[in-house]
Write a protein that binds this ligand. Structure first.
Ligand SMILES: Nc1ncnc2c1ncn2[C@@H]1O[C@H](COP(=O)(O)OP(=O)(O)OP(=O)(O)O)[C@@H](O)[C@H]1O
Ligand SMILES: [Mg+2]
Length: 258
């Protein structure tokens, strides 16, 4: 798909699993749609654990076909998504997929859906940069930016540096880094407990001259919202931590629609 029109394309990257890419994606997608009024498309490239349909609360839905085009699943009137999760008939069965199958599905996601009317496409790229993910990165030109999500644990940062190097090698502009599960607000005394040494995260951002888009604390309501299938920023509008997601989304918005 040569992206000749105005659709902005953003990759959510992190070479380490479980650092919060999908959580950031669902919340950013919701805010871009509801707060910024954008028409948002989401592509889930995590073929082996497609979490986004559950996170958006649409796991029982199916992709449609219209005029030989694949129709993404509607989450909101201006938020649509595709995921391999919608192809599965029995969720407890293992997903055994060769590279060639991944490539075929990835190709469908980008070429069989008409994304041209969308303002922005958010793409969840799995940590292992599988064949399917590389197919998309190879085909979509240009990609407007990558957001790199990480915790500040050393092993996570080592993997994160690989994500940075990947984006550099593919000439994808890096919009910035998000430090997730960064601290904890003690529910008893409201003290801020730092969970990691932050210097290493800041050092990495500094070394590569990358913007820190924001930090998100470890927050129980974020865990719960995933189980409920409503993104945290929608489910817990009054929670003070919604502000962290708003700030990050605002920066992403500013950078891609500048
Ligand atoms: N700030 C947070 N506070 C509490 N829980 C969080 C936070 N961020 C993410 N989580 C939880 O951590 C788990 C991993 O997050 P998520 O699925 O978003 O990561 P991921 O990078 O997409 O993982 P994967 O590599 O498996 O796709 C989820 O259960 C999520 O609910
Ligand atoms: Mg994920």
């Amino acid at each position: 798909m040569m992206n000749k029109n105005k659709t902005k394309v953003v990759l959510l990257l992190s070479n380490k699993g479980g650092t919060g890419k999908s959580t950031l994606l669902t919340n950013t997608a919701y805010l871009l749609a509801t707060l910024f009024g954008k028409k948002v498309g989401v592509i889930d490239l995590d073929f082996h654990s497609p979490d986004l349909p559950s996170m958006f609360g649409v796991e029982s839905r199916k992709l449609g076909i219209q005029n030989k085009r694949l129709m993404p699943v509607k989450v909101l009137p201006n938020l649509y998504m595709v995921s391999y999760g919608f192809y599965l008939t029995d969720k407890k069965l293992p997903i055994i997929m060769r590279g060639i199958e991944e490539r075929l599905v990835a190709d469908q996601f980008i070429n069989s859906v008409d994304w041209s009317e969308f303002d922005v496409l958010l793409i969840d790229v799995p940590a292992n940069l599988s064949d399917g993910a590389l197919t998309v990165v190879d085909q979509i030109k240009p990609i407007d930016g990558a957001v790199i999500t990480t915790s500040s644990q050393d092993i996570s940062l080592t993997d994160t540096e690989r994500s940075i190097q990947f984006a550099l090698q593919y000439s994808i502009p890096i919009l910035g880094m998000v430090e997730n599960m960064s601290y904890l607000n003690c529910p008893q005394c409201s003290a801020k407990l730092e969970l990691y040494k932050r210097e290493n995260f800041e050092g990495l951002a500094d070394f590569y001259k990358l913007d820190i888009l924001g930090r998100i604390p470890f927050e129980r309501e974020i865990l719960i919202s995933v189980d409920v299938g409503v993104p945290f920023v929608e489910k817990c509008k009054e929670n003070a931590q919604v502000e962290s997601f708003k700030q990050i989304t605002e920066k992403i918005h500013q950078k891609i629609f500048k």
